[in-house]
Design a protein. Structure first.
Length: 323
């Protein structure tokens, strides 16, 4: 009888120790997870122009997907908390070509590769957004959302286009805004439906203020601007970037020149005037065959470090890390 009781006592003790160890492990894990999520830190990645039409679209069609385009960069792209680029093409099977010899349109299935590579947000505020009209642009917004990629700089109307897209990383809130220098009034004024954001410094200041009012710790502004194939930013770019940093933006990311321009630290903010091409079938010069990937570290809402990584293309326009 005593032996049986002793065995029962030992079982209770073992069970108690097991429960204590399990409880301790759970509490430690919860504490680690809370500490991780309570930090106001994030790693951001930015790349340049992405065009999935023309020669690249033909190759995607032959291969059946766009996965191959990211084989050499996926590891870095997917490692960031938020990965962002400029989508230089409508993504739709509908619409009407607006008549330019440089009108682009991409098959929606091309977005699967972008999603798989780790892209979280893409700017649609550029001079090719309406290449196939409003219908194709509306499809682009919908197709991005279907692939869990947030469109920046465009929307159903003016208000939507100017609404910050906010990502929450732990306790850090990062807002993204996007604008194009080349958005004519009919697609960017307050009555436009759908609409793009245009570079109007007064309005952008209001949007930055609104982003902060919504709790954003960090504000990223994407600008489609400048002069094509010029490796130095012009005075308009410099004035605009400086003005917006002084107005509360933390990071300015530029696109459109299709070549890399300066990266500048200014008043605690970071300005990349142009990241050049990331995926584009422009192999006619050394400058258009390369781009820049920018990795930015955020702490407490502010930029505390950045790293520039050179990008080059293979013959099939697949980007890879170069020296």
């Amino acid at each position: 009888m005593k032996r049986k009781q002793r065995r029962n006592n030992e079982t209770v003790v073992r069970f108690g120790w097991g429960l204590l160890i399990l409880t301790t492990a759970i509490l430690l894990w919860q504490g680690w997870n809370f500490a991780k999520n309570s930090k106001k830190e994030a790693q951001l990645v930015f790349v340049g122009d992405i065009m999935l039409s023309r020669n690249i679209g033909d190759t995607i069609e032959k291969k059946g997907s766009s996965f191959y385009l990211f084989e050499k960069t996926k590891q870095i792209l997917s490692s960031a908390d938020v990965t962002f680029g400029n989508l230089e093409t409508p993504v739709s099977l509908r619409g009407e070509n607006q008549g330019s010899i440089y009108s682009f349109r991409s098959d929606p299935k091309a977005l699967v590769g972008l999603r798989d590579a780790g892209f979280d947000a893409l700017s649609v505020a550029n001079n090719h957004a309406f290449d196939w009209g409003a219908l194709a642009f509306e499809d682009t917004l919908a197709n991005l959302k279907k692939n869990n990629i947030t469109p920046v700089g465009g929307g159903e109307n003016f208000t939507d286009a100017h609404t910050p897209r906010i990502f929450t990383i732990g306790r850090l809130k990062i807002a993204y805004l996007g604008y194009s220098q080349f958005a004519w009034p009919s697609i960017s004024d307050k009555n436009a439906t759908p609409a793009l954001g245009t570079i109007d410094v007064v309005q952008i200041k209001k949007d930055i203020e609104n982003a902060h009012a919504q709790g954003a710790d960090t504000v990223v502004v994407s600008l489609h601007w400048g002069d094509e194939y010029e490796i130095h930013a012009n005075e308009f770019q410099k004035y605009t970037a400086h003005t917006l940093i002084d107005a509360g933006a933390d990071i300015i990311i530029g696109h459109h020149p299709h070549v890399v321009e300066e990266v500048e630290e200014y008043h605690g903010g970071l300005i990349a005037y142009s990241l050049g091409n990331f995926i584009f079938d422009q192999n006619f010069s050394l400058d258009t065959r390369k781009g820049l990937m920018l990795k930015v570290s955020i702490s407490g809402g502010k930029v505390y470090a950045h790293e520039k990584t050179n990008i080059a293309f293979e013959k099939g326009f697949v980007p890879y890390i170069s020296k």
